[in-house]
Unconditional design. Structure first.
Length: 196
């Protein structure tokens, strides 16, 4: 059975998950389906208008240090971004519209690296284009399609699907109807997928 990896480009803990999941899944013979969605609408349903790491400063301080430890432990490049959260809307439209493309996982990793290792503005079309090019895609062909109404509708539908399936944060992993939330549950999700 495949594992679905639900990620949001503004999500801190999705950065190490995105960098690691493909290699870990390959070791177990598990197929990963990459599922971009937006946390903003889900947070608003919970009454939040910002990241909980900004709303609750003690939690935010812990998260930044925890993320630093995780990235260091797993050899993932990391530098705290100067702006948090950054909008990943354009990148998410690209990832949702082109999720079946072979270059998609590398594109996702490049966007996370741009945000959480290089402190670049991933809301910028120029940055997204550079991530596409580095992943082997053609920005001139991809970006116009990501701006089309169909791409916007697809991302909206994917976000609604995430909410229906009980996803409330990122990264999340689903194996059938089983939901795992957080980078620290990725191994458990992979183990289940490998057994089914």
């Amino acid at each position: 059975m495949q594992l679905e990896f639900w990620f949001e480009f503004a999500s801190t803990y999705s950065h190490p998950a995105a960098q690691r999941i493909e290699a870990l899944a390959a070791e177990r013979g598990v197929h990963v389906a990459w599922r971009a969605f937006l946390l903003g609408p889900i947070f608003r349903e919970q009454g939040w208008n910002d990241s909980p790491f900004n709303l609750y400063p003690a939690k935010g301080r812990y998260m930044w240090r925890d993320l630093e430890r995780i990235c260091e432990a797993h050899g993932v490049d990391y530098r705290r971004p100067g702006v948090f959260p950054r909008s990943g809307l354009l990148a998410a439209r690209v990832a949702c519209r082109f999720e079946a493309e072979r270059w998609l996982p590398e594109f996702v990793r490049r966007v996370y690296h741009a945000n959480f290792a290089e402190d670049r503005d991933i809301a910028s079309e120029e940055v997204v284009a550079s991530c596409l090019a580095a992943a082997g895609a053609e920005p001139a062909a991809v970006l116009p399609q990501a701006a089309r109404p169909e791409a916007k509708a697809a991302l909206r539908a994917r976000t609604e699907e995430a909410a229906r399936r009980g996803i409330f944060g990122a990264p999340s992993f689903t194996v059938g109807d089983e939901l795992y939330w957080g980078h620290d549950r990725m191994q458990d999700a992979l183990s289940l997928a490998a057994r089914t």
